[in-house]
Ligand binder design. Structure first.
Ligand code: SF4
Ligand code: SF4
Length: 167
């Protein structure tokens, strides 16, 4: 399994959407797994899959969803752009249904045509941490991980590698 071509990435995303019910069942089975075991299994699968993934070919996260933007992101990015924080908020952000700041538009305004990020070194914290599959306490974000499996082909591949964890 390599996620290094557009064709493969599309194929995996189509499969993830088609198989979402079985992904939901898999996610539910994780509730019986000890948190540390689950974290270790996710971390191993994350490392395995991302060694075989080229995010610059994909960029589906940047194209289809917005990260949550926290105050520190606003301060850092607006300073970099030599803008006042308030002007940055008005120009680029909106408040979503969960009352979080997100970018006004998708694909992301900072995404270049070659899928690189114009503000990569100072990108939002949520972009640095996406898709959140190598963090502690994965049990806390299983619903989000389920949703991300239909945005990020790597998340779907990671979940496929965890099929035996809940058994
Ligand atoms: S800021 Fe950069 S990494 Fe984050 S969504 Fe935009 S293009 Fe992607
Ligand atoms: S994190 Fe996932 S959705 Fe984003 S570019 Fe990489 S493989 Fe694609």
């Amino acid at each position: 399994m390599d996620l290094k071509s557009q064709h493969k990435i599309k194929e995996i995303l189509n499969k993830a959407r088609k198989e979402r019910k079985s992904t939901k069942r898999l996610i539910k089975s994780f509730s019986a797994v000890k948190p540390m075991l689950l974290d270790n299994a996710f971390e191993d699968a994350h490392d395995f899959v991302f060694k075989r993934t080229d995010c610059l070919v994909c960029a589906n996260c940047c194209k289809t969803s917005s990260p949550i933007i926290i105050n520190k992101d606003v301060e850092r990015i607006s300073a970099h752009l030599r803008m006042k924080a308030g002007d940055f908020v008005v120009k680029y952000l909106r408040i979503d249904e969960d009352e979080d700041y997100v970018f006004q538009q998708t694909p992301c305004i900072f995404l270049n045509e070659d899928n690189t990020c114009q503000i990569y070194d100072i990108r939002p914290k949520a972009c640095r941490e996406y898709p959140h599959t190598n963090r502690k306490n994965m049990y806390e974000i299983l619903e989000l991980t389920y949703k991300n499996s239909m945005v990020c082909p790597a998340v779907y591949e990671i979940l496929l590698r965890l099929e035996d964890v809940g058994r």
